[in-house]
Design a protein around this ligand. Structure first.
Ligand SMILES: [Fe+2]
Length: 293
């Protein structure tokens, strides 16, 4: 089994330092095999914000954690037009990671990160033909027993956002992306961007979804919340490629607590969620609607 902490949308510059410290304490205690951060390290891609984000990441790396990170749209300068179009990810590459297609593989999981942040489609993100080719190429060589995981900042699938259940914009060229995910046999598609926790079998979202289970992380540390969903991150246990457990770790105003929990198993009908477990310590999870089952 692989234990993965999936954090997203840290937004240094609009972050709560108390929550940042609480994530570090939590990670130290739980010792995940891999920490994934799916973009938006900063609020406005400013140097001081990148320095804070970099210090955070460096503390985790110095503590011995393996990390896999991708940029988000907020990591591309918005107002500095020269940088935005000339070198949109120069600061990200300098302070966070110069690998824009990071790869992690151990005996149980294979994880590919792709960059969906673009200068032109500043908010919505995009995936390129080269990245689609890379998804095929990288996962083709992976043993079939391993859980194949794809990480992006922007969701590859249109998903419900807001109170009315309206669907979000999916990443640009998403039909091609979804096809690649299907053909490459990706089991988990992890993303962020909407500051909203969500988990759903891709088969319920698109046709020809293959074996993908979509998992969205909320914002881990930002003070800018959507739909009054407080800060959270996802604690994922990849038991096998056909059995995955998601525990939402949710901020309750003073500490991180266990929120919603779901165990997904993959069979003939795709991914099915088991019944959510009532947490004995916290029988009333604060995010009752955050995991779609
Ligand atoms: Fe974003």
């Amino acid at each position: 089994m692989a234990r993965i902490a999936h954090l997203s949308d840290l937004h240094f510059g609009a972050h709560d330092p108390r929550i940042v410290a609480a994530t570090e304490a939590w990670l130290q205690e739980r010792q995940p095999d891999l920490i994934i951060v799916s973009g938006d390290f900063t609020q406005r891609a400013r140097v001081d914000q990148f320095r804070e984000a970099s210090a955070y990441l460096n503390r985790l790396r110095a503590a011995g954690f393996r990390t896999l990170v991708v940029p988000g749209n907020h990591d591309v300068p918005l107002y500095d037009v020269f940088r935005r179009f000339g070198a949109p990810l120069a600061r990200y590459e300098r302070f966070i990671d110069n690998d824009l297609a990071p790869w992690f593989e151990n005996d149980e999981i294979a994880v590919l990160g792709i960059n969906t942040a673009r200068s032109l489609t500043i908010k919505d993100g995009r995936i390129s033909h080269d990245q689609i080719a890379l998804i095929h190429q990288r996962f083709r060589a992976v043993a079939s027993s391993k859980t194949r995981i794809l990480v992006s900042h922007h969701p590859l699938y249109a998903m419900p956002i807001g109170e009315g259940g309206e669907l979000s914009q999916a990443v640009g060229r998403h039909r091609d992306a979804v096809k690649a995910v299907c053909e490459a046999g990706v089991h988990l598609a992890l993303a962020g961007h909407f500051h909203r926790t969500y988990a759903q079998s891709a088969r319920k979202m698109v046709e020809n979804a293959g074996s993908a289970l979509v998992m969205q992380a909320g914002t881990a540390t930002s003070t800018r919340l959507r739909n009054s969903e407080l800060q959270s991150f996802n604690w994922i246990h990849a038991h096998r490629h056909d059995e995955v457990e998601l525990q939402v770790i949710a901020w309750d105003g003073s500490g991180f607590r266990r929120g919603n929990h779901a165990r997904f198993t993959y069979g003939e009908d795709g991914w099915l969620a088991g019944t959510a477990r009532e947490d004995a310590e916290h029988p009333d999870p604060p995010y009752g609607r955050s995991v779609a089952l």
